[in-house]
Write a protein that binds this ligand. Structure first.
Ligand SMILES: Cc1cc2nc3c(=O)[nH]c(=O)nc-3n(C[C@H](O)[C@H](O)[C@H](O)COP(=O)(O)O)c2cc1C
Length: 260
């Protein structure tokens, strides 16, 4: 990846920035992370690696420092089979919710790697972890859920750095997940993840490659001072920079290409 600090108008933030290679590695993980469904290898994940991933998740930010997450590891074939059956039931329902060409594309999509990946992981949110009144969560109760999602993303990026794929499977009835894995009432299933080594990472999101949706132009998603306001002080300059940064991200989404 380009040395970001060498780009004019992109000065390093005094003393607090990572060394160039470390900073580039962070962006590399972000740009080359993929949702993995079909490329899992059966090799086990060493405990030391799994421990690093779970620790990355545990160091996520959380409202009021609630740390509302827990982690249910699923490695036994019998449990995975029950989860897969729950997915298949929900997925058949989902197929019927799309029409025409979308339904045909949907039918061909692989949307999980439950059986092939060596480790499945449910990240949960305990809505009562820190008692009834939580600093920062006094007015917007869903902040605990958002916190748990931050843990998911930490793990996802750490896994990419470790060369491991992660796929998020969300096509379930929540009640089915809770029943199969024995979750108490107050525990919300946040992310059912499939983890493992992969044969390769795709260079684009699979839904983008399948023509489902393109990546949206970032410069059209940024407003100034008010929702919908696209002009403002410095708007044109920032939008040009956003387009350039999005192009750079796209060019570096594959680690192996970026290295060559
Ligand atoms: C909350 C959430 C739920 C998702 N659920 C599924 C899913 O059920 N099945 C699937 O194949 N991908 C799922 N994905 C992955 C998205 O399809 C994927 O992130 C998106 O297409 C962009 O691709 P990328 O992650 O490779 O960049 C989910 C992602 C998120 C963030």
């Amino acid at each position: 990846m380009d040395n970001a600090a060498a780009v004019p108008g992109n000065p390093p933030q005094a003393n607090h920035h990572f060394a160039d290679a470390a900073r580039d590695a962070v962006y590399q993980a972000i740009f080359s992370r993929r949702d993995v469904r079909g490329q899992f290898l059966p090799d086990p994940i060493p405990d030391a690696v799994l421990a690093r991933l779970l620790t990355a998740a545990h160091f996520a930010p959380s409202v009021g420092y609630m740390q509302p997450w827990s982690f249910v590891l699923i490695r036994e074939a019998a449990v995975k089979a029950r989860i897969h059956a729950a997915f298949a039931e929900a997925n058949a329902e989902a197929l019927q919710m799309f029409e025409g060409e979308k339904r045909e594309i949907y039918r061909e999509l692989k949307l999980e790697g439950i059986l092939e990946s060596p480790v499945n992981l449910l990240i949960t949110c305990d809505r009562d972890r820190a008692g009834p009144v939580v600093i920062g969560r006094t007015h917007i109760k869903a902040m605990d859920i958002y916190s748990a999602v931050c843990a998911v993303q930490n793990l996802w990026l750490a896994a990419r750095a470790e060369g491991l794929g992660v796929g998020w499977v969300s096509i379930f009835h929540q009640a089915a997940l809770k029943e199969i894995l024995g979750l108490p009432e107050r525990i919300v299933p946040i992310a059912y993840l499939c983890l493992g080594q992969v044969s390769h990472f795709h260079d684009k999101p699979e839904l983008e490659a399948a023509g489902w949706r393109p990546r949206l132009p970032l410069d059209e998603l940024v407003y100034f001072e008010q929702w919908g306001e696209t002009a403002g002080d410095g708007a044109a300059a920032l939008k040009a920079a956003l387009r350039a940064a999005q192009d750079t991200a796209a060019a570096h989404r594959r680690f192996d290409l970026a290295q060559s």
